[in-house]
Design a protein around this ligand. Structure first.
Ligand code: ACO
Length: 326
């Protein structure tokens, strides 16, 4: 059996940017509040007419180029997204068409900010058991179209972008060494967008109630996020026979700088071993981890042989951790 590893990465953002100063003109907030409470200085914002699969496609094409593969080599495309282009067909299938991956099955994983870890957990076992050889896992979001710009607690956080990874068999000792995902739907209302589905549908009332936008209990989520990411990271490392001291770099979902700091403190790791790019990019949900991995590979922060711990938490609630040797 072969380990599955990442052999190519890519990422993309819309060119539009929303700074804290821009938000000061939209809601009752301040640059000082946003930076102190979230660490965010700016976020990316898709323009009218821009949509999720476009960014997923750009990231996927870059990942294929880095991996030295053609789109026809890909057998499965898993697109993690909370903000699909439309309810059907899946954004994975739409990206499949845009890159020309004619031999693949395209699908979506709906697991909010943990979606990329859900995706690589699914394809990892397919590659390890030899069922498939090449997979694309993409995290792609245009969250700003689901953001209520009258709600100052959510509109300062969410951003847009996409990251993609090509996974393939790699040499023994490298690639995904352990991975674990979890969810708890009892916390549905901590972060949800109730309108538009089969429960409430789309009516004048759901539009009046702003039910198609994200509604979030940020404070409650904050505490569960910190606890869940720290616990699942420790459980996964334990089970795989590693300790946190073995890890060269932790890449957490970029939800909030204070969450990242609290996870670092719970895991007892120094600041330089936990990655953050939230100041410049905001919270891009399922895209935040693949974007961060690609940035770290490009800047040399992740070197060949490094042991990297990924951990995520999102609405649902969902959470997970993955350990990769590059
Ligand atoms: N500007 C100014 N004041 C604000 C703002 C703002 N943008 N937003 C909230 N406030 C106010 C509140 O109204 C409140 O005022 P009050 O005390 O007068 O009532 C005060 O600030 C404190 O509010 P809290 O909600 O307690 O603020 P907190 O420090 O928790 O920060 C935040 C809010 C940033 C949302 C934080 O809770 C957070 O990041 N939570 C986690 C988000 C998360 O992880 N989500 C899941 C992952 S994302 C995904 O799944 C797609």
């Amino acid at each position: 059996m072969n380990n599955a590893g990442i052999i190519g990465m890519g990422h993309a953002y819309p060119s539009g940017v929303l700074t804290n100063a821009d938000l000061e003109r939209i809601v009752d907030t301040s640059d000082e509040w946003i930076q102190t409470r979230t660490g965010i200085k700016q976020r990316h914002k898709a323009a009218e007419g821009e949509y999720t699969s476009q960014f997923g496609t750009k990231a996927a094409q870059q990942a294929l180029d880095k991996a030295g593969l053609n789109a026809e080599d890909i057998e499965i495309i898993v697109c993690a997204t909370t903000t699909p282009d439309q309810i059907m067909p899946s954004t994975g299938a739409l990206i499949q068409a845009q890159i020309g991956a004619t031999n693949a099955a395209g699908m979506d994983v709906f697991a909010t900010c943990s979606g990329f870890l859900y995706g690589i957990t699914m394809v990892e076992s397919m590659i390890r058991t030899g069922q498939i050889k090449h997979a694309l896992v993409i995290g792609a979001e245009v969250l700003t179209k689901y953001v209520d710009y009258t709600d100052r607690s959510t509109c300062v956080i969410f951003s847009d972008g996409a990251g993609a990874a090509v996974l393939a068999p790699v040499e023994a000792g490298k690639g995904i060494l352990a991975t674990k995902i979890r969810s708890d739907g009892r916390f549905e209302e901590h972060l949800y967008a109730p309108g538009g589905g089969t429960k409430l549908g789309t009516t004048y009332a759901t539009i009046d109630n702003r039910d198609h936008f994200f509604k979030m209990k940020g404070n409650e989520l904050f505490k569960i996020a910190v606890r869940s990411m720290a616990e699942i990271s420790k459980e996964m490392l334990d089970k795989a026979g590693y300790t946190i001291a073995d890890v060269d770099l932790v890449i957490p979902h970029q939800a909030n700088q204070r969450i990242t700091d609290a996870v670092a403190s719970r895991l007892n790791i120094p600041e330089e071993k936990i990655f953050s790019n939230i100041a410049e990019h905001g919270n891009t949900s399922s895209a935040s981890i693949p974007i961060a991995i690609d940035e770290c590979l490009q800047s040399g922060k992740i070197k060949q042989g490094d042991l990297v711990l990924l951990t995520a938490f999102g609405g649902g609630v969902t959470w997970g951790a993955t350990l990769i040797r590059f």
